[in-house]
Design a protein around this ligand. Structure first.
Ligand SMILES: *[C@@H]1O[C@H](CO)[C@@H](O)[C@H](O)[C@H]1NC(C)=O
Length: 132
Protein backbone atom coordinates (compact mmCIF):
# COMPACT_ATOMS: atom_id res chain seq x y z
CA UNK A 1 0.00 0.00 0.00
CA UNK A 2 1.12 3.55 -0.72
CA UNK A 3 2.24 5.19 2.55
CA UNK A 4 -0.33 8.02 2.26
CA UNK A 5 -3.17 5.60 1.60
CA UNK A 6 -2.01 3.46 4.45
CA UNK A 7 -2.02 6.48 6.78
CA UNK A 8 -5.56 7.41 5.70
CA UNK A 9 -6.67 3.83 6.19
CA UNK A 10 -5.15 3.70 9.67
CA UNK A 11 -6.73 7.04 10.58
CA UNK A 12 -10.21 6.00 9.47
CA UNK A 13 -9.90 2.78 11.48
CA UNK A 14 -8.89 4.84 14.50
CA UNK A 15 -11.93 7.09 13.96
CA UNK A 16 -14.25 4.06 13.91
CA UNK A 17 -12.65 2.87 17.15
CA UNK A 18 -13.56 6.17 18.76
CA UNK A 19 -17.17 6.23 17.59
CA UNK A 20 -18.16 2.58 17.94
CA UNK A 21 -16.90 1.63 21.33
CA UNK A 22 -17.76 -1.32 23.49
CA UNK A 23 -19.97 -0.16 26.33
CA UNK A 24 -21.46 -2.13 29.16
CA UNK A 25 -23.85 -1.95 32.05
CA UNK A 26 -24.71 -4.16 35.00
CA UNK A 27 -28.30 -3.98 36.26
CA UNK A 28 -29.69 -5.57 39.38
CA UNK A 29 -32.96 -5.40 41.23
CA UNK A 30 -35.72 -7.24 43.06
CA UNK A 31 -39.11 -7.75 41.42
CA UNK A 32 -42.10 -7.08 43.67
CA UNK A 33 -45.83 -7.64 43.22
CA UNK A 34 -48.46 -6.88 45.85
CA UNK A 35 -45.68 -6.29 48.40
CA UNK A 36 -44.14 -9.72 47.80
CA UNK A 37 -40.97 -10.77 46.00
CA UNK A 38 -41.66 -12.57 42.71
CA UNK A 39 -39.55 -15.59 41.75
CA UNK A 40 -38.99 -16.88 38.23
CA UNK A 41 -39.82 -13.68 36.35
CA UNK A 42 -38.22 -13.31 32.92
CA UNK A 43 -36.01 -10.19 32.84
CA UNK A 44 -34.21 -9.04 29.67
CA UNK A 45 -31.55 -6.44 29.06
CA UNK A 46 -31.91 -5.00 25.55
CA UNK A 47 -30.28 -2.36 23.44
CA UNK A 48 -32.94 0.07 22.25
CA UNK A 49 -31.98 0.39 18.63
CA UNK A 50 -33.72 2.65 16.16
CA UNK A 51 -32.78 0.61 13.08
CA UNK A 52 -32.59 -3.03 14.14
CA UNK A 53 -35.10 -4.85 16.23
CA UNK A 54 -33.99 -4.40 19.82
CA UNK A 55 -30.80 -6.38 20.44
CA UNK A 56 -30.97 -8.79 23.31
CA UNK A 57 -27.87 -8.27 25.48
CA UNK A 58 -28.68 -10.62 28.33
CA UNK A 59 -31.59 -12.30 30.06
CA UNK A 60 -32.30 -14.18 33.25
CA UNK A 61 -35.06 -15.32 35.57
CA UNK A 62 -35.39 -13.94 39.08
CA UNK A 63 -34.37 -16.31 41.88
CA UNK A 64 -36.44 -17.42 44.88
CA UNK A 65 -35.87 -14.01 46.47
CA UNK A 66 -37.04 -12.19 43.34
CA UNK A 67 -33.51 -10.99 42.64
CA UNK A 68 -31.85 -10.63 39.25
CA UNK A 69 -28.54 -9.33 38.01
CA UNK A 70 -27.66 -8.86 34.34
CA UNK A 71 -24.50 -7.77 32.57
CA UNK A 72 -24.61 -6.67 28.96
CA UNK A 73 -22.27 -5.01 26.52
CA UNK A 74 -22.62 -3.73 23.00
CA UNK A 75 -20.63 -1.94 20.32
CA UNK A 76 -22.46 1.21 19.34
CA UNK A 77 -21.71 4.48 17.66
CA UNK A 78 -22.57 7.05 20.30
CA UNK A 79 -24.02 5.94 23.58
CA UNK A 80 -25.83 2.64 24.12
CA UNK A 81 -29.46 2.98 25.25
CA UNK A 82 -30.14 -0.14 27.26
CA UNK A 83 -33.53 -0.97 28.67
CA UNK A 84 -34.90 -3.62 30.96
CA UNK A 85 -37.94 -5.57 29.77
CA UNK A 86 -39.83 -7.75 32.24
CA UNK A 87 -42.47 -10.31 31.28
CA UNK A 88 -44.74 -10.97 34.25
CA UNK A 89 -48.29 -11.67 35.34
CA UNK A 90 -48.52 -9.15 38.17
CA UNK A 91 -51.96 -7.53 38.10
CA UNK A 92 -52.74 -9.24 34.77
CA UNK A 93 -56.01 -10.95 33.82
CA UNK A 94 -55.93 -14.77 33.64
CA UNK A 95 -54.31 -15.90 30.38
CA UNK A 96 -52.54 -12.56 29.93
CA UNK A 97 -49.05 -11.33 30.65
CA UNK A 98 -47.74 -7.81 31.08
CA UNK A 99 -44.54 -6.54 29.50
CA UNK A 100 -43.02 -3.62 31.38
CA UNK A 101 -40.01 -1.62 30.23
CA UNK A 102 -37.57 0.50 32.19
CA UNK A 103 -34.84 2.64 30.66
CA UNK A 104 -31.34 2.46 32.10
CA UNK A 105 -30.22 6.01 33.01
CA UNK A 106 -27.42 7.25 30.79
CA UNK A 107 -25.11 8.03 33.72
CA UNK A 108 -25.18 4.33 34.73
CA UNK A 109 -23.64 3.15 31.44
CA UNK A 110 -20.17 1.74 32.00
CA UNK A 111 -21.15 1.05 35.59
CA UNK A 112 -23.77 -0.37 37.84
CA UNK A 113 -27.51 0.33 37.97
CA UNK A 114 -29.24 -0.86 41.11
CA UNK A 115 -33.00 -0.63 40.52
CA UNK A 116 -33.57 -1.85 44.11
CA UNK A 117 -37.28 -2.79 44.24
CA UNK A 118 -39.04 -3.02 40.88
CA UNK A 119 -42.71 -2.64 41.72
CA UNK A 120 -44.47 -4.51 38.93
CA UNK A 121 -47.93 -3.32 40.06
CA UNK A 122 -47.02 0.17 38.80
CA UNK A 123 -47.50 0.54 35.06
CA UNK A 124 -44.52 1.97 33.21
CA UNK A 125 -44.70 4.37 30.25
CA UNK A 126 -43.97 1.37 28.01
CA UNK A 127 -46.36 -1.20 29.39
CA UNK A 128 -48.00 -3.76 27.13
CA UNK A 129 -50.50 -6.54 27.68
CA UNK A 130 -50.32 -9.78 25.75
CA UNK A 131 -53.18 -12.26 25.95
CA UNK A 132 -53.35 -15.73 24.47
C1 LIG B 1 -17.37 -1.80 31.55
O1 LIG B 1 -17.13 -0.50 31.04
C2 LIG B 1 -16.25 0.27 31.87
C3 LIG B 1 -16.18 1.68 31.29
O2 LIG B 1 -15.90 1.68 29.92
C4 LIG B 1 -14.89 -0.41 31.94
O3 LIG B 1 -14.02 0.34 32.77
C5 LIG B 1 -15.06 -1.82 32.50
O4 LIG B 1 -13.83 -2.49 32.49
C6 LIG B 1 -16.10 -2.61 31.69
N1 LIG B 1 -16.36 -3.86 32.39
C7 LIG B 1 -16.30 -5.05 31.80
C8 LIG B 1 -16.57 -6.22 32.66
O5 LIG B 1 -16.06 -5.17 30.60
Amino acid sequence: MHPTIFTLFALSLAALEVYAKLQNVTVKGVTMCDGKRVANVHVMLLEKDALDADDNLASAHTNEEGEFELFGEDDEIGSIEPLIRIHHTCDAKPGCERISEYLVPEDKIGGFYDMTYVTLDIKTAEDKIKCQ
